[in-house]
Ligand binder design. Structure first.
Ligand code: 5GP
Ligand code: ZN
Length: 115
């Protein structure tokens, strides 16, 4: 862990327990603490990278494979009819936790989510 004060490093590496939907050697997918919709999840690399620009290319590719897999499972499990896959970089873009993550946001008929 490069940044031991990072909350997502602690969650991704299991130091802080979380509602985990998926885990492999590189990633953990957790439920968002403050969900924009039912099933809102976050794909976290276990290594610390502040944003997409720091993320190595092989992990960027793997992150999307994981995102696709978990979004598809969530969609089936929760009956979502659409999906936003969102990734914020930098404060002006809305990033609040500076450990790379991908938002998986299930969408439902008539919902009022703004992303
Ligand atoms: P960002 O704004 O950086 O793109 O997204 C950060 C997300 O992390 C937010 O949706 C926020 O609700 C979520 N979050 C912040 N702290 C925690 C935490 O300790 N646990 C979990 N599960 N989610 C968190
Ligand atoms: Zn981190």
């Amino acid at each position: 862990m490069k940044d031991c004060n990072c909350i997502f490093c602690k969650i991704a590496n299991g130091e802080i327990p979380s509602a985990t939907l998926y885990e492999d050697s590189d990633f953990r997918v957790i439920l968002d603490l403050n969900p924009a919709s039912k099933g809102h999840a976050l794909v976290l690399p276990k290594e610390h990278y502040a944003n997409v620009f720091e993320l190595p290319e092989d992990l960027a590719g793997k992150a999307f494979v994981v995102a696709k897999k978990v979004a598809s499972r969530l969609s089936e499990g929760l009956g979502a009819i659409g999906f936003n896959i969102v990734q914020n970089n930098g404060e002006p873009a809305g990033q609040t936790v500076f450990h790379f993550h991908i938002h998986l946001i299930p969408r439902y008929e008539g919902d009022t989510v703004h992303v």
